[in-house]
Design a protein. Sequence first.
Lengths: 332, 262
Amino acid sequence: MAPDRMAIVRAQGLGKTYRVADKQPGLAGTLRHFVNRRERLIAAVRDVSFSIEPGEFVGFLGANGAGKTTTLKMLTGLIHPTSGSVEVAGCQPQHREADFLSQITLVMGQKQQLIWDLPPLDSLRVNAAVYGIPPAESRRRIAELAEMLELGDELRRPVRKLSLGQRMKAELLAALLHRPAVLFLDEPTLGLDVNAQARVRSFLADYNRRFGATVLLTSHYMADITALCPRVLLIHEGRLFYDGSLETLTQRLAPCREVRLELHAPLGAEAFASYGEVEAIEGREVRLLIPRERLTEQVGRLLADLTVVDLSVSDPPIEDIIGRLFHQGAVA
Amino acid sequence: MGRYLTTLRVFWVASLTAELEYQANFLIELVATAGNLMGSIFVLSLFYGRGQSLGGWSWEGALVVLGVYTLLEGITSTLLQPNLSTIVAHVRTGSLDFVLLKPIDSQFWLSARTFSPWGLPGIALGAGLIGYAAWKAGATPTPLTLLGAVLMLVASLMILYSLWFVLAASSIWFVKIWNATEVLRSVLVAGRFPVSAFPAGLRAFFTFIVPVAFLTTVPAEAILGRASGPWLLAGGAVAIASVVASRWFWNFALRFYTSASS
C-alpha cells in the first residue's frame, strides 16, 4: 500500500517489547532472582501498521492485554516504540514536542487529571494557562463544551462531590479545552451507567462532527463501538488482525446473538441443544448463542416450549466474541 | 517565558483557594512554628551557658544560622514538601501521564504546581530572627554583602530543592520512596547548628556528601558579612551543579519511565 499523504495518524511496523523480570514466587525465588537476575522479553505489540485520516472515528478493539493501551501510549509519546515508526499530526510522538502535545489529547477512563478537592473550573483555568489559551477564548470554549456536555453548575462544585458520570464529562471538557485535532480515548465510558454512557457517546459523535477531530477509541462496551465507529482496528496478542468496517467485522465475528433466559425451574444443558449453543448455565439462568438469521424463530420456540420468566437478547461482550473467534480459528 | 509566569500565577491562585478554606490552620501553624523556634533557641542557649561558644561561633552568629534554618523550613513547607511529595503519588497512580502530555516542562509542573501558605509563618519568623541576630552581632550590611547574602540564600534553596527532587524522582524505580525523603529531612535538621560545631568527620560529610554546610552555615556567614570569596564561589558552583544534576536526572528517569511503563 502506498503511504497516504493525508494520514494524520500513521503507524508503520510498530512494535514494543517489554523486559520482564522472570521471578519464581516466594522468598527462595526472590533470593535466587536477586543473585541471578533472569529476564524475559514480552512482545506487547508486534508489527502493527495502519493509518487514519483526519476526521475519522476509529474503534480500537481487543481483549485485555492485547496491546491496546501500549499502542495508545506509543501514539501519544508516553512510551518509546522498540521497533517501527509512528507519526501523529506530522510529529514523532516520542519527542513530546510542545507543538505535538498541543494537538492531541488522551482521556483514560480509569485515571483522572482534575484536581480532586477543587471545582473543575479551577482545573480548567490551569489547563488554559498551560496551553496558552487567552482567558476570553477559554471562557468561550468552556461555555460551548459545557453546553454540548450538558454541564452547568457541576463545574463549580468540588470534583469529589460529583457523580462518576459528571466527573467523566468534566474530564472530557478538561481534555478538549485546547481543541486537539486528535483524540485518544481509552475506555472513556468505563463504569458509567447506561444513561451517562449514551450522553458521552452522543457528545463524542457531536464533537467529531463539529470540529472534524480525529478519534481513536477503545471500549469494552460494544454499544460505544457500534454507535460511533464506522471503522475498527482489532488487535489480538499484539498483532493487528482486522482493519475495516464494523459491519463486516460483526458478521464475521458475531454471527450469533446472546439470549439470556431465566427459567421457572432449572434444566440440563441437553434441553437447549436444539435452540442454540449453550454458553453457560447457572441454576435457573441460561445463556445461549443463537445465529442472527434464526433468532426470531428460535426465541419464539423457546417461549412456546419452556416456562420462561425473563428473556433478553444482546450482542455478546466483545471479549467473548473475540475469544470465540480465536478459539475457533475463524480468522488467521 | 510569559506563559510560564501566567501558569505559575494560576497554579498558586488555585492552590491558595483550596488551602484558604481552612483559616484556623494559619494560626495553628504560627503557634507551632513559634514554639518550635523557642525550643531550638533554648537548646542552642544550653551550649552558651558558661561563656562557651559553638564551633567558634558567637551566640548571635549561631542565632543567624538558626534563622536561616527556620527560613528554609518555611520555604520547604510552602513549596518543596507539597510539590515534591506528590511526585510519588503521580508515579503510583499513573497520573504522571497527564503531566507528561502537557506542552509545558514536566519538571516545572511537578516542582511549582502547588503553593501552600502554611510555611509563611516560618519564613516570617526566620527572616525576623536573621535580622535581629545580625543586628545584635553588629553586622554592617553593605550592598555587596547584602547581595552575597541573598545569592547564598538562593544557592542554598537550589541545593535543597535539587536533593529533594532527585530523591522524589527516583520513585520512578522504587515507587515507595517516601521514607527516603523523611531521612533527608532529618539529616537536614543538622543545619540548625553551624557546621563547624560538628566533629571533623561529620563536618566533611555535611560539606561534601549532603551539603548541609551550604544550606545554612555559608548563607549565615554571608549575612554576617564574613564569607570569603572561595566559599561564595563554592556555594554558587554547588548550587548550579545540583540544579543541572537534578535536571539531567529527571530526563534520565523519564527515559526509563517512558520506555518501561505499562
